[in-house]
Design a protein around this ligand. Structure first.
Ligand code: GLN
Length: 262
């Protein structure tokens, strides 16, 4: 009797092992099939150029680029069923790269200006920017007029650079690769102020002792995504997605996550 039980158990064990193995290999086959399906239906990529030195719009968090622009772009790519790829480049090579079709679009807290519109097309605007002046807490600069004859730090090729060069003369402007470097120069006393967009300005003031933002702002502007002039098809698709994301509150939720009300 015992012997019979043993044999029966062995048979049951063998049968279930075989069944389990079969199930496993079926699973494997299914996974392989699924992988093949995603590979053959590989998503089209959406290459966005940015300059990830512009918090809270784009900045590095570990090895990732995060921020308002990165998240809005991701939401757009998701809506379009595309795979977002972000290229981190110098701010002044974004527009030339979009013109050369190296990137599908440029998104970098970029202000819409008449001059830029001669080179690229701009999407619907998704945010407002304000050019402000960062000064030392004990500075004698009290108004925009006081900037005359002062050493002004800017980020190369940004609107802050363009407007300040026009208003106060090339000889008074020192250009830096990014806002962090311009702010360091202010802390070190190499320039008297920095003209830059308000949200990055708030970040730089918070990160450095003894700085403040001048109360009167300098220029108000609109941020938008830029595209190659020939690629109106992509711009139309992105605009439709962006407008939906503005209408359903997604853009506001993303902005509120990064910009806390004062
Ligand atoms: N808004 C400014 C511009 O478009 C600065 C943008 C930036 O530095 N990323 O020129």
């Amino acid at each position: 009797m015992k012997k019979f039980l043993c044999i029966a158990l062995a048979v049951i064990l063998t049968v279930s092992m075989v069944a389990a193995f079969a199930a496993c290999s079926k699973d494997n086959k299914e996974t392989t099939a699924a992988t093949e399906a995603t590979t053959t239906e590989a998503k089209e990529t959406l290459v966005m150029a940015t300059n990830a030195e512009f918090p809270p719009y784009e900045f590095h968090e570990g090895d990732k680029i995060v921020g308002i622009d990165a998240e809005i772009a991701q939401a757009i790519a998701d809506k379009l069923g595309m795979e977002l790829k972000i290229e981190d480049v110098q701010f002044d090579s974004i527009i030339p790269g979009v013109q050369a079709k190296k990137y599908d679009m440029g998104m970098a807290g970029m202000t819409v200006t008449k001059e830029r519109q001669e080179s690229v097309n701009f999407s619907t605007s998704y945010a407002k920017g304000v050019q402000v002046v960062i000064i030392k807490e004990n500075s004698d600069i009290k108004s925009i007029d006081d900037l005359k004859g002062k050493k002004i730090g800017v980020q190369t090729s940004t609107t802050g650079d363009i407007y300040a060069t026009d208003d106060f003369g090339e000889e008074n402007i020192t250009k830096f690769d990014n806002g962090a470097m311009a702010t360091q120069a202010l802390v070190a006393g190499k320039v008297d102020c920095v003209i830059i967009d308000n949200e990055p300005a708030k970040n730089y003031v918070a990160a450095n002792e003894g700085l403040k933002i001048l109360e009167t702002s300098y220029v108000e502007e609109d941020y938008a995504i830029c595209f190659n002039k020939e690629n109106t098809e992509l711009m139309d698709k992105v605009n439709k997605a962006l407008e939906e994301l503005i209408a359903d509150g997604t853009v506001k939720t993303i902005v509120d996550k990064y910009i806390k009300a004062d």
